[in-house]
Design a binder for this molecule. Structure first.
Ligand SMILES: Cc1cc2nc3c(=O)[nH]c(=O)nc-3n(C[C@H](O)[C@H](O)[C@H](O)COP(=O)(O)OP(=O)(O)OC[C@H]3O[C@@H](n4cnc5c(N)ncnc54)[C@H](O)[C@@H]3O)c2cc1C
Length: 250
């Protein structure tokens, strides 16, 4: 059985900025397409393409975040594949609605007989707790396999094989634990990501989603530093990573 002890976060799509020939900006400094796109949108508001105070993109976006002019950040959308998170973690994640889109593994269609499980951060490192937890999820998975077999038999009269499996799996999944691993594709614009990261990287957030949010922050910051540079990652008193933001929800 595969056990995840940390999430896996992969950037799978980023903005591509196509600058119009007839309305160009006098850029300064290096920047990614997503950062340029946000600056471009901001400069259209005031028609300041000539860059009167010679700001680099990083300086321009710093000012945007400070001013709370967050709507220009909505143009830059980043898509992450998040794996190695539990069903309870993804349930918390999908509560973030504005500016997000989700596609999550379906437990009705996918056979979970060989599903992976995600160990909660609070259990990690304690051999006794880890062993007990592994026993519990192994038992739950065995119960799932038994339930699928019995339900397939009970619904043998359903001719369509795909439908029969779905009927069995959608009922059997009820015995799977919250710790069952899911994979989810998450699209979010930079403003929405910032709001989610502020809430879920905080010390008040549940530990697993906090660990996931910090991993998302690292990925997004490596991709578009100027959009996420005001987040500071630190180790909190509970010895787990957290992050705080300088410019609140904009
Ligand atoms: C530490 C923590 C504990 C939590 N505990 C619980 C809990 O016990 N139970 C529970 O059910 N949830 C809980 N939540 C989830 C929380 O209630 C929110 O659902 C989640 O944080 C998403 O926030 P949001 O609604 O602001 O996000 P989004 O839906 O992404 O919205 C972002 C922003 O858009 C605006 N907005 C979005 N929709 C509307 C609307 N319909 N009308 C007006 N403005 C809107 C608001 O300004 C909102 O802040 C918890 C969250 C955290 C961080």
């Amino acid at each position: 059985m595969e056990i995840f002890r940390a999430p896996r976060v992969t950037l799978i799509a980023r903005p591509q900025f196509l600058e119009p020939e007839h309305l160009k900006v006098q850029w300064r400094g290096e920047a990614s397409d997503g950062e340029r796109l946000a600056e471009y949108a901001g400069r259209v508001c005031y028609m300041s393409q000539h860059n009167p105070v010679h700001r680099t993109t990083a300086e321009y976006l710093e000012n945007i975040k400070q001013q709370g002019h967050g709507s220009v950040l909505e143009h830059s959308v980043y898509v992450l594949l998040i794996e190695g998170i539990s069903r309870s973690c993804s349930h918390e994640l999908v509560r973030h609605r504005a500016g997000f889109g989700y596609s999550q593994l379906s437990q009705r269609y996918v056979d979970e007989s060989h599903a992976a499980f995600v160990m909660p951060p609070a259990i990690l490192g304690d051999a006794t707790l880890e062993a007990e937890w592994e026993r519990e999820v192994t038992d739950a998975q065995a119960a799932y396999v038994r339930a699928v077999e019995a339900l397939l038999e009970r619904h043998a009269w359903v001719n369509d094989k795909v439908h029969r499996r779905k009927v069995a799996r959608e009922a059997a999944r009820s015995v799977l634990p919250n710790a069952t691993e899911v994979k989810i594709v998450v699209s979010g614009n930079a403003r929405a990501w910032r709001t989610m990261l502020e809430l879920r990287c905080g010390e008040g957030a549940e530990l697993e989603i906090r660990r996931m949010a910090v991993a998302c922050l690292r990925t997004l910051r490596a991709e578009a530093g100027a959009l996420f540079s005001d987040f500071e990652i630190y180790v909190a008193d509970d010895k787990q990573e957290a992050a705080r933001v300088s410019y609140h929800k904009v």
